[in-house]
Design a protein around this ligand. Structure first.
Ligand SMILES: NC(=O)c1ccc[n+]([C@@H]2O[C@H](COP(=O)([O-])OP(=O)(O)OC[C@H]3O[C@@H](n4cnc5c(N)ncnc54)[C@H](OP(=O)(O)O)[C@@H]3O)[C@@H](O)[C@H]2O)c1
Length: 345
């Protein structure tokens, strides 16, 4: 009888343990977070796309010596080794800097991806990255230009990137230029979930709903706003950027900047940060790099934020979808149209 009782107690204890473990497991699979969450991405970073190879090392060194602590790089910008020289020359301790790099479309297959992240790390002269992004939700067949790789899905690539966290190549992983459904597809299966999503957003393509969606508790992804100065990047000027006023000359923004006793660029960047995005303006000029940091001192009232939200023009500047034969941003403002303008990267 006593033995039977002991057996019953043991069975209950075992069952409870199994249930507890399952609950833990279910919780973990519902939301598995990247490790090392304590060091967060700084709100202002220095962009490096189209930064001249001869100028970027100095720009990075100058920025880091003057209060910046975040550099946005990518293998496809073909200047990571110069960017690395700037990081080294600054003498700022590695642990005090946030370094992001990106996996290019031709490198989505596992062997290519591993070689690519190793190259970025070596060129940037660091031991590890803080963030590694899937640059586009598009895979090309290696060595075959822009021929689409139909055999490698974004989930396959994500699995490879999760291993990069486990291998300590990078502290965090994330995505870039994804539509909402594509982010959700990763969230549905991730073991290590996206830390950040870098996409085009600025006063002329605000997408505030999409920005806010990332902040929901069940999504919890930081938004990095690229091309935060709208059509200022000269690449955009002769293309879709010409459809709208240069933001420097936009009467709404010049008036607001005057009211803030600031430049238009500082005002636009300050709005980007207050609305909940990380901003990464590119510059290779000391004067601009210093000026852009001034954005950290500007704040807007609720009324001003409301007025700015009315100035959205829903114009996307950067969309290589047509040239790649891929419909991008399908559930967002200004998606790829095969009749529309295209931007060659
Ligand atoms: N993930 C992606 O697919 C993706 C795509 C695009 C961009 N990005 C990242 O986002 C970064 C920023 O975007 P972006 O380079 O396209 O555009 P941006 O930062 O919005 O604009 C850059 C342009 O603004 C000028 N500029 C910067 N500060 C200025 C100031 N204070 N006054 C006047 N002009 C100023 C720069 O010229 P100067 O150099 O002469 O100052 C440059 O021509 C990129 O560099 C890259 O790191 C990522």
């Amino acid at each position: 009888m006593a033995f039977g009782k002991a057996l019953a107690v043991a069975a209950i204890v075992a069952l409870t343990l199994v249930l507890l473990l399952r609950t833990d497991h279910d919780y973990a699979s519902a939301r598995k977070v990247s490790p090392n969450k304590e060091k967060h991405i700084p709100q202002l970073g220095l962009g490096t796309w189209l930064s001249d190879r001869d100028e970027v090392a100095h720009a990075v060194e100058y920025a880091l010596d003057n209060g910046y602590d975040h550099i946005d790089a990518a293998l496809v910008y073909k200047n990571e080794n110069q960017t690395g020289k700037g990081i080294k020359a600054s003498g700022v301790d590695r642990s005090k800097i946030w370094v992001t790099s990106k996996l290019w479309n031709s490198d989505h297959r596992r062997p290519e991806a591993e070689a690519a992240i190793q190259k970025s790390i070596a060129d940037l002269g660091v031991d590890y990255l803080d963030l590694y992004l899937m640059h586009w939700p598009v895979a090309f067949v290696p060595e075959e230009g822009t021929r689409l790789d139909k055999d490698t899905s974004i989930v396959d690539t994500w699995r490879t990137m999760e291993d990069f966290v486990r291998q300590n190549y990078t502290r965090h992983i994330g995505v870039s230029n994804f539509a909402r459904a594509q982010v959700q597809a990763i969230l549905d299966v991730c073991d290590i979930c996206p830390y950040a999503h870098e996409f085009e957003t600025h006063p002329y393509l605000q997408q505030q709903d999409f920005v806010d969606w990332h902040r929901r508790a069940d999504v919890d992804i930081k938004v990095i706003a690229y091309s935060p100065l709208a059509n200022t990047n000269p690449t955009y000027r002769d293309k879709k950027g010409s459809l709208v006023d240069p933001i420097f000359k936009d009467p709404f923004w010049t008036k607001l900047a005057k009211a803030k006793n600031a430049t238009v660029v500082q005002t636009v960047l300050a709005w980007g940060m207050q609305r909940g995005t990380v901003v990464i303006p590119k510059s290779t000029q000391e004067k601009h790099i210093a000026e852009n940091r001034g954005a950290l001192d500007i704040a807007f009232s609720k009324g001003e934020m409301r007025e700015i939200s009315k100035r959205d023009k829903k114009v996307r500047m950067n969309d290589p979808g047509k040239s790649w034969g891929v419909k991008l941003f399908v559930d967002l403002d200004d998606p790829t149209s095969f009749d529309g303008e295209d931007i060659e990267l």
